[in-house]
Write a protein that binds this ligand. Structure first.
Ligand SMILES: Nc1nc2c(ncn2[C@@H]2O[C@H](COP(=O)(O)OP(=O)(O)OP(=O)(O)O)[C@@H](O)[C@H]2O)c(=O)[nH]1
Ligand SMILES: [Mg+2]
Length: 456
């Protein structure tokens, strides 16, 4: 048995209650009960006492004297086939705050305890209804700001990432078991693994973890979005491009050079990925104190960005300052060179890296969006979206596991004793456990006894 969280086991017997829908008036508000006494307590709130599982039944919510409070719809999910794995009763009331408060308070009077944040999902995990990765995905799904984020999180709730991690963990356990057996049962003629076999077993593990860690670069963008700074010399059309990408007239556009004085930022969605667009003051040497403060901020925005659009004016001849800016931007972050004012007669030379657009007519903008996506989310198409690591905690743990495996590989090459290798392998297992839930000594023993016919 994995060690139980003492806090949890003390609370395990409680029946918990909470509103499942947000506070405030709404058409429907749901109160959820979970635990051994969920059915009994619900019976004290409602006229009926019995409900058939997974069937919505019309019922009456009553007060302590039995007087009608609301007409409600009740659904019973019997253990273990429920979200938490316990008996769950969901009471859909009309979404009136006093009605919902009454239902929760009555349930508490009848013996339920107010649920702590996330406690339903915590119970689901404890009862084996989902693992930690899936539980975290439930939170991400609820917190998602775009449909795309929701989609990624939803796939994780079905266990796509868990499955990949479990596969890695199983292979790791097998390797551990083989080495443990080689050591513990050496007298029993079990062949001690040779280095080549261990190295061969380690390689795919490192590769699989490596892919997951790489996926995080994309996962982070999916989760937290992207900061995209638009920089360039004055009057090249940065604010016009900003408005065009944002699809509304947010920034002031004017023929006078030096219109934008301060960096402004707004969030747009590019194919469901939140993008913080930053419009900046045109970069030039200036004696004006306010403008020069703005230019300072432009450099800062460039420095803080995940990606930069360096805008140049196609209707003007090439300028040395543009090249300098392009060089600096590229050294700070992934950058794209955008040639604006494509609709005007062209005076600037052609170059391959230039993406030509017109902020005025919209020409080339779709292509620009696509290029931004390719530049900032390389390989999104080839990555399994369902097993994308979007969570920084998970990413750090995966990195730890990967580093431990790399140490183990070095150890194999240096022919260190297997006891030492095992230390690194257990070091790799520990962070994986922290992601998916613990491996017990029994799991390892099971592996050992299943892989080998010990015959004893
Ligand atoms: N013909 C044409 N004019 C454009 C285009 N984009 C911007 N302009 C014009 O260029 C001028 C400057 O545009 P802004 O968007 O204010 O340029 P900016 O780079 O933000 O300028 P500053 O804030 O002063 O640095 C305005 O008169 C715009 O109407 C375009 O694609 N085609
Ligand atoms: Mg501007």
């Amino acid at each position: 048995m994995p060690p139980l969280d003492p806090h949890l086991s003390a609370l395990a017997a409680d029946t918990i209650v909470a509103p499942a829908t947000p506070a405030g008036r709404s058409a429907v508000g749901v109160v959820r009960l979970s635990g051994e006494q969920a059915v009994e307590i619900a019976g004290g709130l409602l006229r009926r006492r019995r409900w058939r599982p997974r069937e919505a039944v019309l019922d009456h919510l009553v007060d302590a004297e039995g007087a009608l409070v609301d007409q409600v719809l009740v659904t019973l999910f019997q253990a273990p086939a429920s979200y938490t794995g316990e008996d769950v009763v969901e009471i859909s009331c009309h979404g009136s705050p006093p009605v919902l408060r009454h239902a929760v308070e009555r349930a508490a009077e009848l013996g339920a305890r107010l649920a702590e944040p996330g406690e339903f999902t915590r119970r689901a995990r404890r009862n084996g209804r989902m693992d930690l990765v899936q539980a975290e995905a439930v939170r991400d799904l609820i917190d998602s700001a775009t449909l795309y984020q929701a989609r990624i999180a939803a796939r994780q709730t079905t266990g796509a990432l868990s499955k990949r991690l479990q596969a890695v963990k199983r292979s790791l356990l097998t390797l551990i078991a083989r080495l443990e057996a080689g050591i513990d049962f050496a007298e029993d003629d079990i062949e001690v693994e040779d280095s080549a076999a261990i190295a061969a077993a380690l390689a795919p593990l490192r590769q699989q973890l490596g892919t997951l860690v790489e996926g995080f670069t994309v996962g982070k963008v999916v989760r937290s979005g992207l900061r995209l700074a638009i920089v360039g010399r004055p009057n090249v059309g940065k604010s016009s491009l900003f408005n065009r990408l944002l699809e509304r007239e947010r920034a002031i556009v004017n023929p006078a050079a030096g219109t934008t004085r301060d960096a402004i930022s707004e969030t747009a969605s590019f194919d469901g990925i939140p993008v913080d667009l930053v419009d900046t003051a045109g970069i030039r040497a200036t004696g004006d104190a306010i403008e020069s403060e703005g230019v300072e901020r432009s450099w800062q925005s460039l420095h803080d960005a995940d990606c930069a659009l360096v805008v140049v004016d196609l209707s003007q001849p090439d300028a040395g300052e543009d090249d300098e800016l392009w060089r600096r931007a590229r050294s700070d972050c992934p950058a794209l060179l955008v040639g604006n004012k494509l609709d005007l007669p062209r005076r600037r030379g052609k170059s391959e890296e230039l993406i030509a657009v017109s902020a005025k007519t919209g020409e080339g903008i779709a292509d620009l969006r696509e290029r931004i996506r390719q530049r900032t989310l390389p390989g999104l198409d080839t990555l399994h979206e369902g097993s994308l690591v979007t969570n920084i905690r998970q990413e750090q743990l995966l990195r730890e596991a990967l580093q431990a495996l790399e140490r183990a590989s070095d150890g194999v090459r240096a022919r260190v004793p297997h006891e030492m290798l095992l230390l690194d392998l257990y070091e790799a297992l520990r962070p994986l456990d922290a992601i998916t839930g613990a491996t017990s000594v029994d799991d390892i023993l099971d592996q050992i006894f299943s892989t080998f016919c010990i015959g004893k």
